[in-house]
Design a protein around this ligand. Structure first.
Ligand code: GLP
Length: 268
């Protein structure tokens, strides 16, 4: 894991967008895995700015969203579908036919629906770069504690803590979804590269357990330790619980010296 520390969320937004934009320029036909949530929102804003002001061309990009609330229609104001459109898709030139978001209103054989989502990812050549946030309990996607570390796209029941976290975005009195469709940890680990974003004090413990704790299904983000190409990009507040901060700072300095001006490539 390459742990990259930045001062604040503004710097996190810029650095995350810089890494994604760099990969898009390296491989214009890249396949991105994208997360919803408040953490990557500023990164999407910055990518839109890079597209509008600096000519970042996303016309070759394919995207797969990580998750969606079950029972929530793509048009619902709080769906991850709508979130992604408003945050990114409506403002850049990714061809709509190459945008994939799980359909929260999928009905019938949901297992077959999820298996087809996996096949679509495979047909696109797999995910090159997967962007992730992290839940307060250390989940990625909606892979709640005790999710299999080999899991694939499927329906997950959300924990009460996650339901409470989600409540803030739903209208007062509105039913908050109790289940979601999510890529599995096995799906995520097949991405060629992973960028995990963590911001703010609420993520401090989850980040510490994911990065420095044991690999455990109780903290599904800890499974990223098994992946050879992971960048964990953190603001100071999210990083505050880490024990090896001085080491990560030294690694950052070494990386900058070895590959000046390049987007960092994680190595182990
Ligand atoms: C939800 C999403 C995750 C996201 C997490 C944190 O559980 N399924 O993909 O990373 O929330 O969200 P936020 O970035 O809003 O803190």
């Amino acid at each position: 894991m390459l742990v990259v520390l930045v001062a604040d969320t503004a710097a996190l937004d810029r650095e995350a967008a810089r890494i994604v934009a760099h990969r898009v320029r390296e491989k214009p036909a890249i396949t991105l895995g994208l997360a919803a949530g408040s953490t990557p929102l500023g990164m999407y804003r910055e990518l839109v700015r890079l597209h509008r002001e600096e000519g970042l061309d996303l016309s070759g990009v394919t995207t797969f969203s990580l998750d969606e609330y079950l029972g929530v229609a793509p048009s619902h104001p709080r769906s991850f579908h709508r979130f992604m459109r408003e945050a990114l898709f409506d403002h850049v030139n990714i061809p709509p036919a190459r945008i994939h978001v799980p359909d929260g209103t999928a009905s019938g054989d949901l297992e077959a629906y999820c298996a087809e989502y996996e096949r679509q990812i495979a047909r696109a050549g797999g995910i090159d770069l997967q962007v992730l946030g992290i839940g307060r309990d250390g989940h990625v996607g909606f892979n709640e504690p005790t999710s299999s570390l080999a899991s694939r796209t499927r329906i997950k029941t959300l924990t009460l803590a996650t339901i409470e976290d989600n409540r803030r975005v739903f209208a007062e009195g509105e039913r908050v979804p109790e289940c979601a469709i999510t890529m599995g940890i096995g799906t995520i680990l097949e991405a060629r590269e992973i960028l995990l974003l963590g911001a703010g004090p609420a993520k401090r413990e989850a980040v510490a357990r994911a990065v420095e704790g044991p690999v455990t299904a109780s903290v599904t983000a800890s499974a990223l330790q098994l992946h050879p190409q992971v960048t964990v990009l953190l603001d100071r507040e999210a990083a505050a619980g880490l024990r090896h901060l001085d080491y990560y700072e030294r690694v950052m300095r070494t990386t900058a010296t070895l590959t000046p001006g390049r987007a960092a490539r994680p190595s182990g």
